[in-house]
Design a protein around this ligand. Structure first.
Ligand SMILES: C[S@@+](CC[C@H](N)C(=O)[O-])C[C@H]1O[C@@H](n2cnc3c(N)ncnc32)[C@H](O)[C@@H]1O
Length: 477
C-alpha cells in the first residue's frame, strides 16, 4: 500500500493501565487464551496493552501466548523493545499497521487489541486520503484514521477471532462512519461499552467495542454511562446505532412506514455564509437610508438564544441586518443595479477579494460566499442553532429573516405547517431523540445538523392535521 503516513505526533492518547486491564479481560472473555494463540496490539505505543496482557495472564498462572506489538513511531517502538527485552513471546515491530501484510506479521491473529490513533480527516494529508479511499471500504466521507484500523484488524483476525478497541463513540452515529457500521454489522459485535468521559481527560466520550469475527449470533449488549444495559440487534444499513439504542430504551418503535420530515420541507439547510460577516452584517440602528432596499433582518445562533424556545420571533428585537446584493429570486445584481450597496462594499473590496470564493472559485468580488437561495429563505420557516445545549426551534412566521451560517432553517412546503412542525420539533419526544442522535460537541453541546432533522419520522396526527395547521398550531410566545 505505498508509504502513506499520518503525522505521528497526532492522535496519541495513552490508555490508562486500569482501562487496559479491563479491555484485556474482555479480549480473553474473562478466561485464558490457549498458549498457541497469537495476539496483536495495533498501534501499541510503548506497550500499555502488552503489559496488561502479561499482568492479566500471570495473575491467572497462565502461559503467555505469542504477542506482536506494532507501531509507526520509532521512539515508542524503542521504548517497547526495552520494556519487553528478553521476553521471547513478545515481538515489537516498527511499521505502518495500515500498510503491513499478514505475511509480514507472521500470519493471522486470534486476538487483536487497540487504542488506535484518532486523526481527523482534516489532519490527513490529501495524498494519503486518496490512497486510503482506494484501499479501505470504510474510508468514505470525512473519515478518521481509527475507522481504518477497525477494517484492517478485521482482515488480520482469524475466523472466530476477537478484537477489542477503544475509540471515540462518534463512530456509532456520525454519517462518515456509516460504511464502518455496515461493515461491523456483518460480524458478531458482542458488546459496546460507553466509558466515562473523564477516563482519558482529552478524549471525550470513549467507547469500548468487542467484535467476534463470525456472523452475528444475537443482539449486541450496550452498556450505557448511566449504568443501564440495552440489548439491540444492530441494523445493517449504516444508520446510527445510538439512535437504535435510544429507540429501544424509550420503547419507541419506528412506524412501519416512516414519513420523513424532509418530505414536508421545501428546504432544510444551513443559513447563509457571506465569507465576511463583519462587512455584510451591520447594526440596523446605523444603517444608512440608501442601503435599506438591500437589508434583511438576520440572526446568528447566539441571537436566537434571546428568544423563548419555540417562540415566534419578535422582529423588533433583531438588531442586525444582512446586506444582500441579490434580488428576491436569488439573482446576483449587476454593479449598476445596486449602486449604493456597491459603493458601500467597495470600501472593503480588498478584504472581499481575499475570500476563497472570489480568489479560487471565480465569484464576483461583491457576491456572497454562497449564493443565497432567497426564493426559499424568504418564506415562513423554522430556525435553530447549529450547536446548542438543548434543541430549540423558533418560528419566523413572516418569512423575513435571512439566517446566518450558525443557524439552520426548515421551510415547510405548506407555510401553514410552520407552527405545527415547530411544536413537534420542540416536543419532549423529539428533544430526547435529538439529544441521543446528534453528534456531540464540547461541554455537552450537541450539533443539530440538518441531515438528522431531515430523517425524523413525522407522527400520523401531524400529517392529518395538515389542513388545520394554520388555525390550531399557533404557538404561545
Ligand atoms: C492512541 S495511541 C495508543 C498507544 C497505546 N496503545 C496505548 O493504548 O496507550 C495510538 C498509537 O498508534 C500509533 N500509530 C499511529 N498511526 C499508526 C500506524 N499507521 N501504524 C502503526 N501505529 C500507528 C501511534 O504512534 C500511537 O502510539
Amino acid at each position: 500500500m505505498g508509504k502513506a503516513r499520518v503525522r505521528s505526533d497526532v492522535g496519541k492518547v495513552a490508555t490508562p493501565p486500569s482501562v487496559a486491564l479491563h479491555m484485556v479481560a474482555k479480549l480473553f472473555n474473562h478466561t485464558t487464551p490457549p498458549p498457541e494463540s497469537r495476539v496483536l496490539d495495533a498501534g501499541c505505543g510503548s506497550g500499555v496493552f502488552v503489559e496488561a496482557i502479561i499482568a492479566y495472564l500471570r495473575r491467572r498462572g497462565a502461559e503467555i501466548p505469542e504477542i506482536v506489538c506494532i507501531d509507526n513511531d520509532f521512539n515508542l517502538v524503542n521504548m517497547a523493545r526495552r520494556r519487553f527485552e528478553g521476553m521471547d513471546r513478545v515481538k515489537v515491530v516498527y511499521g505502518d499497521f495500515l500498510a503491513v501484510s499478514e505475511r509480514e506479521l507472521g500470519g493471522g491473529f486470534d486476538y487483536i487489541i487497540s487504542n488506535p490513533p484518532y486523526v481527523s480527516y482534516e489532519a490527513i494529508d490529501p495524498k494519503s486520503r486518496d490512497l486510503y479511499r482506494r484501499v479501505f471500504k470504510v474510508a468514505r466521507g470525512r473519515f478518521d484514521i481509527y475507522m481504518l484500523f477497525f477494517e484492517k484488524a478485521l482482515t488480520l483476525l482469524k475466523p472466530k477471532g476477537r478484537m477489542v478497541f477503544i475509540t471515540p463513540e462518534k463512530y456509532l452515529y456520525v454519517l462518515s462512519a456509516s460504511s464502518l457500521r455496515r461493515l461491523l454489522a456483518r460480524y458478531a459485535v458482542e458488546e459496546i461499552e460507553l466509558v466515562d468521559e473523564r477516563v482519558f481527560g482529552v478524549l471525550a466520550y470513549p467507547a469500548i467495542t468487542v467484535v467476534r469475527k463470525e456472523p452475528p449470533t444475537g443482539p449486541t449488549t450496550f452498556r450505557l454511562r448511566d449504568g443501564s444495559v440495552v440489548k439491540v440487534t444492530l441494523p445493517g444499513d449504516g444508520r446510527s446505532w445510538l439512535q437504535v439504542v435510544e429507540e429501544a430504551r424509550l420503547g419507541i418503535r419506528q412506524p412501519a412506514r416512516c414519513y420523513k420530515l424532509e418530505r414536508l420541507a421545501l428546504r432544510i439547510s444551513a443559513g447563509v455564509a457571506t465569507g465576511r460577516d463583519e462587512v455584510y452584517v451591520v447594526p440596523r440602528s446605523t444603517l444608512p437610508k440608501e442601503l435599506e432596499p438591500y437589508a434583511y433582518p438576520t440572526v446568528s445562533g447566539r441571537d436566537l438564544s434571546m428568544f423563548k424556545p419555540g417562540a415566534v420571533i419578535d422582529y423588533s428585537r433583531l438588531e442586525y441586518v444582512m446586506l444582500i446584493p441579490y434580488d428576491r429570486n436569488g439573482r446576483l445584481l449587476g454593479e449598476s443595479e445596486a449602486k449604493p450597496l456597491i459603493d458601500y462594499l467597495s470600501k472593503y473590496r480588498q478584504v472581499l477579494e481575499e475570500r476563497v470564493s472570489v480568489k479560487h472559485k471565480g465569484k464576483k468580488w461583491y457576491a456572497l460566499h454562497e449564493d443565497p437561495p432567497l426564493k426559499y429563505i424568504l418564506r415562513p420557516k423554522i430556525l435553530w442553532r447549529d450547536i446548542a445545549l438543548e434543541p430549540s426551534f423558533y418560528v419566523d412566521e413572516r418569512g423575513e429573516i435571512v439566517p446566518r451560517h450558525t443557524v439552520y432553517y426548515l421551510v415547510p412546503r405548506d407555510p401553514n405547517m410552520v407552527y405545527v412542525l415547530a411544536e413537534y420539533l420542540n416536543s419532549s419526544e423529539v428533544r430526547e431523540q435529538l439529544k441521543h442522535r446528534c453528534q456531540r460537541a464540547a461541554n455537552n453541546y450537541i450539533r443539530l445538523q440538518s441531515h438528522i432533522i431531515k430523517e425524523l419520522c413525522i407522527p400520523e396526527d401531524i400529517l392529518t392535521s395538515k389542513t388545520h395547521a394554520g388555525l390550531t398550531g399557533r404557538l404561545q410566545v
